[in-house]
Design a protein around this ligand. Structure first.
Ligand code: PXP
Length: 255
């Protein structure tokens, strides 16, 4: 195992949220991706939702030109929806992260409930379809850090599992009781490493709540979106990403 700096993926969905709020051509997603990568982001993450509330189909190839220029991965989050699967297979991002999707939700509310047989089957079929069309694709599944769920997920053989950190992050911001999540994440990490599955994290994280996770050397990749775009209102996108990256550079993780 080698020591490496954990990767920072920046989710730029909410730049598109601002644009869609007024139906204008700005702010530019291309400029946002460029600014993030120019300031140390290791990956750009976007979620093409079925309801197209933020990212639009046309954004994907445009953002992909930027990630390719920087030689960095594009991570596409998506639900198991045939129209989105078709778009993903024509765009061929570097990573696809399969997430649950409900139209009524404000944001992704938790990991995929693959304990439900129908959901398990749908996720498995989606992964098979994607692998059939995109032999080089790397797939991650967005899951809770629960041993029964993770054990079942090994049957799908994903390249990575992105652990849902939303509940942890909310508890951390509330000021008390986040340690139990750290323990859960430690167990999840050990299990995933034993099964040669990469361990990623995402949802709800801020510059403060990511620090204990970095200190405990839990994940090799973090995808952070909403906080970055909110902080950019005050500090600018470039300085926000640069500052976050500085914190990552002081950390290490065994992979
Ligand atoms: N990872 C996954 C799988 C997500 O669905 C999201 C939200 O789109 C994120 C990370 C980023 O979450 P946040 O915007 O809360 O930082």
């Amino acid at each position: 195992m080698a020591n490496t700096i954990p990767r920072l993926g920046v989710n730029i969905d909410h730049v598109a949220t601002l644009r869609q709020a007024r139906g204008e051509n700005y702010p530019s997603l291309v400029d946002a991706a460029h600014t993030c990568l120019n300031n140390g982001a290791d990956q750009i993450t976007i979620h093409l939702r079925e309801d197209r509330r933020h990212i639009q189909d046309i954004d994907i190839p445009a953002i992909q030109l930027v990630t390719k220029k920087f030689g960095k991965p594009l991570n596409l989050e998506m639900g198991c929806n045939q129209e989105i699967i078709d778009i993903a297979t024509t765009t061929a991002p570097d990573w696809i992260c399969i997430v649950p999707e409900n139209r009524e939700e404000k944001t992704t509310e938790g990991g995929l409930n693959i304990l439900d047989q129908q959901i398990f089957n749908r996720v498995s079929e989606t992964c098979e379809l994607l692998r059939g069309k995109l032999p080089k694709i790397k797939i991650s599944l967005f899951l809770e850090a629960k041993s029964d769920i993770l054990k079942l997920a090994t049957k799908i053989a994903p390249n990575a599992i992105e652990i849902h950190t939303g509940d942890y992050a909310r508890t951390f911001l509330g000021g008390d009781g986040h340690e139990k999540y750290i323990d859960e994440f430690e167990v999840a990490r050990t299990f995933l490493l034993e099964n040669k599955i990469a361990c990623h994290a995402g949802h709800g994280l801020t510059q403060e709540s990511v620090v204990p996770l970095l200190k405990h050397k839990l994940f090799e990749e973090y995808n952070i979106g909403h906080w970055v775009i909110c902080q950019a209102v005050f500090r600018g996108l470039g300085p926000t990403v640069k500052n976050l990256k500085k914190i990552f550079e002081k950390a290490s993780v065994k992979v």
